[in-house]
Design a protein around this ligand. Structure first.
Ligand code: PGA
Length: 233
């Protein structure tokens, strides 16, 4: 089981220092991946928690002000990197082409991409979720060999569920994850979108889920502890 913690653009430096200490009290058999603000990537104390980034440049090192390259992430011991999060697709206008380039560069540096895909509310209402997701996957994976493809962790994140407290039904999640696994049978698939310590009792009944990508809850170590306990018992 994989639990990836997406802190997004949260926590000042003093807050992050306290937060990091609190995280060390978590005990779990899952692979915990912490994706903090990139500002703190070089400051993580060694622990069993793996290091993830929230973004990477679509270019190699060079004259790209403000960017962080995959080789720089690797040199900071980053092992995973979120790519194609819906917030970046919407706010930074990240394109499928850029996402595909990022994934290729990450794999070259042996960093595992966590590729986010998911439909918005309108596409869900039109019952077009599978078309949207399959197209996003096809575009993101287009530069990859079969061997490379298998390494990508796929995160199903319905956009209408992110940060809203609304989660799909178990059947809706199963429909999507099973469709993804039909085409990408060797990839691990996570669910993300308002997963929390209250709905985990229901979510954990979905056997095809290989883990969770967690936003809001990642900032609350006490509640995260309850989430992990419930997940494992
Ligand atoms: P959420 O965010 O858990 O706050 O809904 C998930 C994500 O955006 O990865």
């Amino acid at each position: 089981m994989i639990i990836a913690l997406n802190n997004k653009c949260n926590l000042t430096k003093p807050e992050f220092i306290t937060y990091q200490k609190e995280l060390t009290h978590l005990s779990t058999t899952a692979t915990l991946i912490l994706c903090p603000s990139s500002l703190y990537l070089g400051e993580i104390a060694p622990s069993s928690i793996k290091l993830g980034a929230q973004n990477v440049s679509s270019t190699e090192c060079g004259a790209y002000t403000g960017e962080i390259s995959a080789s720089q992430l690797k040199s900071a011991s980053v092992k995973y990197c979120i790519v194609g999060h819906s917030e970046r697709r919407a706010n930074q206008h990240e394109t499928d082409d850029e996402i595909a380039k990022k994934i290729k560069l990450l794999l070259k540096e042996e960093i595992i991409p966590i590729l986010c895909v998911g439909e918005d509310k309108t596409k869900r209402q039109e019952n077009l979720q599978l078309q949207v997701i399959m197209e996003e996957l096809k575009m993101a994976m287009k530069n990859l060999s079969m061997e490379e493809q298998k390494k990508v962790i796929i995160a199903y994140e319905p956009i209408w569920s992110i940060g809203t407290g609304i989660i799909p039904t178990n059947n809706q999640i199963e429909e999507v994850i099973n469709a993804i696994k039909k085409l990408y049978p060797e990839n691990q698939v996570l669910y993300g979108g308002s997963a929390n310590e209250e709905n985990i009792d229901e979510l954990k009944n979905i056997s095809c889920i290989d883990g969770y990508l967690i936003g809001g809850l990642s900032l609350k170590p006490e509640k995260l502890k309850i989430f992990l306990e419930k997940l494992e018992n």
